[in-house]
Write a protein of this length. Structure first.
Lengths: 285, 183
C-alpha cells in the first residue's frame, strides 16, 4: 500500500496554467462570494458556470473523481442543503425574515419558498467555490507546490518545508507498509481490531509509533546534512522555473475582475443580496 | 533531540521536522481511513492528530503550524478531496497551539509533562477546530448552530479522544529514542 498522487499529466488548458494563477483564481472566487456576502442567484449562477467550465476543461476522468463527488454531494445535500431547507439560517437574515408562503411541513418545521430557494443558492454557491479546489490534486504536479508558493512570496524556509514534505511522503508511506507487514508477521490483525473505542485506538500504536520514531531519527541525519551545506544562510535557488504566459494574465485578470465586480455591485449599487425571484415563487403558487 | 533554546526559533531543525510532521500527518490521515474505528453520526477518528500534536509538543509551534497546514493539505490531496484552506489552517493552528508547551516539557516520561502536553494539545484542538468550523460560516454559508454542533463538536471529540490515548504513548517512546541517541 503506497501513497499515490491523484495527479496525472494531461494536455489541457488547466494544466498549462501556472500554478500561481490557479491559486490566485481560486482565492479570487472565494473572496468575491464571501467578502461582499453575495447571495444573488444571478451572480452566483454566473460564477458557477465559470467554475464548471474550468472543471470540464480539466478533463478529469469520472472514475478517478467519483468517490470525491459522492462525498461532496453528501456534505452539500444532507448537511448544508437540509440545514438551509429546514432552518433557513447560515446566510442572510432576510431568508427567515421574508414573509414567504409555506410549501410543506417537516414535523412542526415550516419549509417556505424562501428556504427552498436559499438551500438551492447555498448548494450552488458552495459548489462554485469547491470546484476550482477540487481539481487541484488531480491536475497540479506535486513537485511544483514548493516553487509555486515561493514565487507567491512565501519564505524560502516555508516553501522548502513544503517541498521536503512532498519528498518524504513516499518514504514514510513505504515505512508504514513495511511496519504493517512486520506487525502482521507477528500476528497483528489490522482488519479485525476488536474491543471498545479506547482499545481499538490503542491497538493502532504498534503501527504508528515505529514509523514516527524512525522518522525522528531520520530527521537528525537530514538536519546534519543540511547544516553541512549551510542551509538557510543565503537565499536559495529553485530548480523549477515558473513563467506567466498570456493565458495566465487572462485568468488572473478574470479572477481580480470577478472580485472587484462583486464588491462594486454589492457596495456601490446594492446588488448581490438575497431575494426570491418571482418566477420561482410562481412555481409554488 | 529536543532543542528548547527558543520556542519561536525557525531554523533548519524546524524546517526538517515541519516537513517530516507534515508527511507523517498526510500519510497517516490517508492510511488510517482503512481502519474500522467506531463512529457516531459524523464523528470520525483520525489517529494522525496525535502525531501532529506530538510534533508540536516536541519541536515547537512553527513545526506544529507547518506540519498541520501542509500535512492536512497533503492528506486531502492524497484522498482527492481538494484544497480547503480553512481546514488546513485550522489544523495548523491546532499544531501551533500544542507547540506552545514545548518549553515547559523537561521529561517526556514524566506524568506531569505528559498531562501538560495533553492539556495544550486539547487547547490546540479547540482553537484549530473552532477556527475551521467558524470560517465555514463564510465559505459554506452555514449558521453558527451548524458550525458548532455539526462541525466543531464532532471534530473536537474525535481528535481529543485520539490525542488523550496516543499522545502519552508517543511521548514515552520518544523519550526512550532520545535517551538512546543521546541528543
Amino acid at each position: 500500500m503506497l501513497a499515490t498522487w491523484k495527479y496525472r499529466p494531461r494536455n489541457t488548458f488547466i494544466q498549462r496554467l501556472d500554478p500561481r494563477t490557479r491559486f490566485i483564481f481560486l482565492f479570487s472566487v472565494i473572496l468575491a462570494l464571501t467578502v461582499p456576502d453575495i447571495w444573488d442567484y444571478r451572480i452566483i449562477l454566473t460564477l458557477f458556470l465559470i467554475s464548471l467550465t474550468l472543471y470540464l476543461l480539466a478533463r478529469i476522468e469520472w472514475k478517478d473523481i467519483r468517490r470525491t463527488w459522492l462525498y461532496i454531494f453528501i456534505l452539500l445535500f444532507f448537511i448544508v442543503g437540509l440545514n438551509g431547507l429546514l432552518s433557513g439560517r447560515g446566510g442572510p437574515s432576510s431568508v427567515i425574515d421574508l414573509p414567504s408562503p409555506v410549501v410543506f411541513y417537516v414535523g412542526w418545521i415550516p419549509v417556505t419558498v424562501s428556504k427552498i430557494w436559499f438551500a438551492l443558492n447555498q448548494i450552488t454557491r458552495m459548489l462554485t467555490m469547491a470546484m476550482p479546489a477540487l481539481m487541484l490534486p488531480y491536475t497540479l504536479d506535486p513537485n511544483i507546490y514548493g516553487t509555486a508558493f515561493r514565487r507567491m512570496g512565501v519564505s524560502d524556509k516555508v516553501s522548502f518545508t513544503m517541498d521536503l514534505a512532498f519528498r518524504f511522503l513516499p518514504t514514510f508511506s513505504r515505512d508504514f507498509t513495511t511496519t504493517m507487514d512486520a506487525q502482521r508477521a507477528r500476528g497483528y490483525e489490522m482488519d479485525k481490531l476488536k474491543g471498545g473505542l479506547v482499545a481499538r485506538i490503542q491497538k493502532l500504536a504498534p503501527l504508528i509509533i515505529p514509523v514516527v520514531m524512525q522518522s525522528t531519527v531520520t530527521g537528525e541525519e537530514v538536519i546534519d546534512a543540511m547544516d553541512l551545506r549551510a542551509f538557510g544562510t543565503k537565499p536559495r535557488t529553485w530548480l523549477k522555473e515558473l513563467h506567466y504566459a498570456p493565458r495566465d494574465y487572462f485568468m488572473i485578470g478574470l479572477g481580480v475582475a470577478i472580485f472587484i465586480t462583486c464588491c462594486v455591485l454589492k457596495w456601490g449599487f446594492g446588488i448581490g443580496g438575497f431575494f426570491v425571484p418571482d418566477w420561482f415563487s410562481r412555481l409554488f403558487a | 533531540m529536543n532543542d528548547r533554546a527558543n520556542t519561536w526559533e525557525f531554523g533548519t531543525r524546524q524546517v526538517v521536522y515541519g516537513a517530516i510532521g507534515a508527511a507523517l500527518y498526510g500519510v497517516f490521515s490517508w492510511a488510517t481511513n482503512i481502519f474500522p474505528l467506531p463512529a457516531a453520526g459524523n464523528v470520525t477518528f483520525r489517529p494522525a492528530v496525535a502525531v501532529l500534536i506530538f510534533f508540536g509538543a516536541a519541536y515547537g509551534p512553527w513545526v506544529g503550524l507547518l506540519a498541520g497546514f501542509i500535512g492536512n493539505t497533503l492528506g486531502d490531496m492524497l484522498s482527492g478531496w481538494g484544497f480547503y484552506w480553512n481546514w488546513s489552517l485550522g489544523n495548523g493552528l491546532m499544531g501551533m497551539v500544542a507547540g506552545l508547551v514545548m518549553a515547559a516539557i523537561n521529561d517526556f516520561r514524566a506524568r506531569a509533562d505528559i498531562m501538560k502536553a495533553v492539556g495544550w494539545g486539547t487547547l490546540g484542538i479547540v482553537v484549530g477546530m473552532l477556527f475551521a468550523s467558524l470560517t465555514e460560516m463564510f465559505t459554506g454559508g452555514i449558521d453558527l448552530n451548524t458550525a458548532i454542533v455539526g462541525y466543531f463538536v464532532p471534530a473536537f471529540l474525535g481528535n481529543f479522544v485520539v490525542t488523550a490515548i496516543l499522545l502519552p504513548v508517543l511521548m514515552i517512546a520518544f523519550a526512550a529514542v532520545a535517551a538512546r541517541r543521546g541528543r
